[in-house]
Write a protein that binds this ligand. Structure first.
Ligand code: NAD
Length: 414
């Protein structure tokens, strides 16, 4: 059986959402394809003196609501179809939270784990130059994604500044603080998970002090979500990483677990906890479940055994469409990734705003702006869900595609 391509999945979600929207068929036709797909092949000198040709892509899905925006991924599995899907999802995520961006994505097919820092630097600098004709602070603003981080963004910025007329740090986000990064960026996605989880609890009439949470994945998103939820009074009873999970019904201390993981390499082995598998972790009794590791972990097999009343998707795509249907029928509230993990891109936007102003904000101000944007977006998606009697995922798509379609229609076709 052939596997459905990522772009096919994105189009299916798009088609489902437009059933609820009054959308001009001409605009539907436009939005079913990205505006631009750039593929580049470029040589890099490897450390051993050999030359290797790499392939990279930058896909610009739609810029009706503002400049293109989206990360750059380094992974052996990167291909044009996946980058197209990710570009569409970025446009949707930005439109869900109402920030003035379109959507884009980039990637290079490579295995960064087998490359030296010098090779990665040459790869990044050359890719930056190759895609520079379509990049710019008011045109298309890249950011980090899988296997790219602050250092990659710093090399990218430096190459653009040296090799083009663009001199503004606003050409890329996710930069180190010293190069114009924003305070609050590191915690932004986990903070968004905490904020949307709290909104969900409130709408369900549940106090954070009476709620329990389980978190899969203890990297950037999972660990920050855990300790910020704990600060709000939620009892975090189980967490996991790639080596397995730990469970303590009385509650953990999320920051101490993070320190333990930093020292020992895993959450597993943290004192006074029961060791469990990642499969068992997802099925623990709790109020809030935060999958914050991989895609596709909640599927048709385990969805029926999930005991949480709310799932807050920290990871991208952790719930399969078949699982969604089972969770819906069981009355489990799923806060979709395009809303729950949009804190990262929202603070990227705030970084860009600060760069354009050359005026930098306190962490408190960044966090307050983030909360304002996400809480408003949550309320709007909630209202759409109630009005159309659909789940939060379909509601978020309705909000986003309606916004993009209206902007595209207003701009007209020429
Ligand atoms: P990370 O690399 O910092 O952490 C990933 C964590 O998942 C690690 O603790 C790892 O041990 C764990 N993990 C790996 N395999 C696992 C398995 N089989 N079972 C359980 N845990 C496993 O990554 P991150 O930045 O925290 O991103 C996590 C997810 O959130 C990804 O889906 C990512 O695309 C998504 N996301 C991240 C951001 C961000 O700003 N970092 C923004 C939006 C979405």
């Amino acid at each position: 059986m052939s596997k459905t391509s990522a772009y096919q999945v994105a189009l299916e979600q798009f088609d489902k959402a437009i059933e609820y929207i009054d959308i001009n068929p001409d605009v539907t036709q436009i939005l079913r394809q990205p505006n631009r797909e750039l593929t580049v092949h470029f040589p890099i000198k490897m450390d051993d003196g050999s030359t290797k040709v790499f392939t990279g892509h930058r896909v610009q899905y739609n810029d009706a609501c503002g400049p293109y925006k989206g990360g750059i991924r380094y992974h052996p599995g990167v291909n044009l179809d996946e980058v197209k899907a990710l570009a569409m999802w970025m446009a949707i995520k930005c439109a869900v939270v109402g920030i003035p961006y379109g959507g884009a994505k980039g990637g290079i097919t490579c295995n960064p784990k087998e490359m030296s820092q010098d090779e990665l630097e040459r790869l990044t600098r050359r890719f930056a130059i190759e895609i520079s004709p379509i990049i710019g602070p008011k045109i298309d603003i890249p950011a980090p994604d899988v296997n790219t981080g602050q250092q990659t963004m710093a090399w990218f910025l430096d190459s653009i500044k040296r090799n083009s007329a663009v001199k503004s740090p606003a050409v890329i986000t996710g930069k180190p603080l010293i190069l114009g990064g924003s305070l609050g960026r590191t915690e932004a996605t986990g903070r968004g998970v905490m904020l949307t989880a709290l909104e969900a609890l409130q709408n369900m009439g549940m106090e954070p002090q009476n709620a329990t949470a389980v978190i899969q994945g203890y990297g950037n998103v999972g660990s920050v979500s855990a300790y910020l939820l704990e600060e709000q009074g939620v009892r975090v009873v189980g967490v996991s990483d790639s080596r397995g999970g730990i469970y303590r019904p009385e509650g953990l201390n999320a920051r101490q677990v993070l320190n333990f993981k930093r020292e020992s390499g895993s959450v597993v082995g943290y004192p006074d906890t029961e060791r469990i598998t990642n499969e068992e972790l997802l099925e623990l009794p709790c109020n809030i479940l935060v999958p914050a590791a991989l895609d596709g972990v909640i599927d048709a097999d385990n969805a029926g055994r999930i005991k949480a009343r709310v799932i807050v998707e920290g990871a991208n795509g952790p719930t399969t469409p078949a699982a969604d249907r089972i969770l819906d029928a069981a009355g489990v509230l799923v806060i979709p990734d395009i809303l729950a993990n949009a804190g990262g891109v929202t603070v990227s936007y705030l970084e860009w705003v600060q760069n354009l102003q050359s005026y930098y904000w306190s962490e408190e101000r960044v966090n307050a702006q983030l909360a304002e944007i996400l809480i408003e977006a949550f309320a709007q998606v909630w209202a759409i869900a109630k009005e159309n009697e659909v789940n939060m995922r379909i509601a978020a798509y309705i909000k986003a595609i309606d916004r993009i379609a209206r902007a595209t229609t207003m701009r007209g076709i020429q």
